[in-house]
Ligand binder design. Structure first.
Ligand code: ADP
Ligand code: DP6
Ligand code: CO
Length: 344
């Protein structure tokens, strides 16, 4: 007698970055963020959970390697799932005493700045929620695993409200527009480096909060205005505005990293070469055609409208001659993604 559930979940790449927490344990952010959820058929996390009376311990495997279940975030997610199951009375009491085995893997680089923690925890928590037959919203549970994961539960364009309450009750992700609102929106992922980042997002943002003088300025004076503007640009399908804010916010986020002490550098020479390529391309057109954004890693996410994709793929080959139409200079595939739908 056991219960086996497998789910997949997409990554989401923020256009207004979440960077900095007001509560480390509940994972409550200091600023609102906005993201686009990408197609789970291209880059995704896949998680299988099995709850059984035959298991002696809770156990987890990540990308085939056994990890420690003492991980506090993992424990918090499982605890919250079980307490919801108890409140909702969705499973028998005995089921709550059984141990769980979790097997989770990503089909893209883990901890390299491609939002593996977002897809990973959205997937893990959704699979657990299904196993424990939870009906209520799981986004806030995914947030306990990794902040950005609360956005990956929803498709399309998503805003995570920072909230002000100390218990996190108003720190919630909300869909701004669904997948079909802007079907021409596309993303190209250029994998510049697939190795694990030296400083995790969690550690990096903590250091920025503690040491960056620019950090407060960003949170108070820049993000609120940008969030309103980009939400409007999404609603009205104003690509030029969307792209401009996206690039500026990525640049500001990396400026904050550099202003942290000691400085954090996630981007490499190749990342900067991509930025230069995009600005040159935009400058020879009357309007902005493409945007870049970089998470906490060297890898680029380019946002563009579908009609631009073939042109940009040939531009990439021209600027980076060792790349091919489907592989970047690193030999890793150029992922072409569309927007994805809610995780159910
Ligand atoms: P990224 O930029 O890839 O999100 P982070 O530093 O935010 O990198 O988080 C990486 C961490 O997220 C991993 O070390 C691991 O603890 C967790 N993680 C990533 N993928 C998964 C997954 N599929 N299942 C569970 N946890 C995951
Ligand atoms: C740069 O959600 O990975 O990708 O909440 O500590 O797990 P934790 O951090 P995480 O941080 C994401 C940072 C970012 C920007 C973003 O996704 O908004
Ligand atoms: Co992450």
């Amino acid at each position: 007698m056991s219960n086996i559930i497998t789910m997949i979940a997409p990554v989401n790449i923020a256009v207004i970055k979440y960077w900095g927490k007001r509560n480390e344990e509940l994972i409550l952010p200091l600023n609102d963020s906005v993201s686009v959820t990408l197609n789970a058929n291209v880059m995704c996390a896949k998680t299988t959970v099995c709850v059984s009376p035959n298991f002696l311990e809770d156990e987890i495997w990540l990308n085939g390697a056994k990890e420690s279940f003492t991980n506090q975030r993992l424990q918090n997610c499982l605890k919250e799932i079980k307490s919801r199951a108890a409140v909702e009375r969705s499973v028998d009491d005995i089921f709550l005493t059984w141990k769980v085995h979790i097997c989770s893997e990503n089909n893209f680089p883990t901890a390299a700045g491609l939002a593996s923690s977002a897809a990973g925890y959205a997937c893990l928590v959704s699979a657990l929620a299904k196993a424990y037959k939870i009906k209520s919203d799981v986004s806030s549970i995914a947030r306990l695993g990794s902040g950005s994961a609360c956005r990956s539960v929803y498709g399309g364009f998503v805003r995570w409200h920072a909230g002000v309450e100390s218990d996190g009750s108003d720190s919630i992700a909300v869909q701004i527009a669904n997948k079909s609102h802007w079907p021409e929106m596309s993303a190209l992922i250029l994998v510049v480096g697939d190795t694990q980042k030296k400083i995790s997002s969690s550690k990096g943002m903590k250091l920025s909060v503690e040491t960056s003088d620019l950090f407060q300025f960003r949170v108070q004076n820049c993000v609120p205005k940008r969030v309103e503007e980009i939400c409007k640009a999404i609603t009205t399908k104003d690509f030029v505005k969307f792209a401009e804010i996206t690039m500026k916010d990525s640049n500001q986020f990396h400026a904050i990293c550099l202003d942290s002490y000691p400085p954090i550098t996630y981007m490499t020479d190749t990342s900067y070469k991509i930025i230069e390529m995009i600005h040159k391309y935009n400058n020879i057109h009357p309007k902005i055609k493409i945007a870049y954004t970089f998470d906490a890693g060297p890898n680029a996410c380019l946002y563009l409208l579908e009609e631009e994709v073939p042109k940009i793929l040939s531009l990439i080959q021209h600027i980076f001659p060792t790349s091919t139409p489907d592989k970047f200079i690193t030999g890793l595939p150029i992922q072409h993604e569309k927007i994805d739908t809610d995780l159910i």
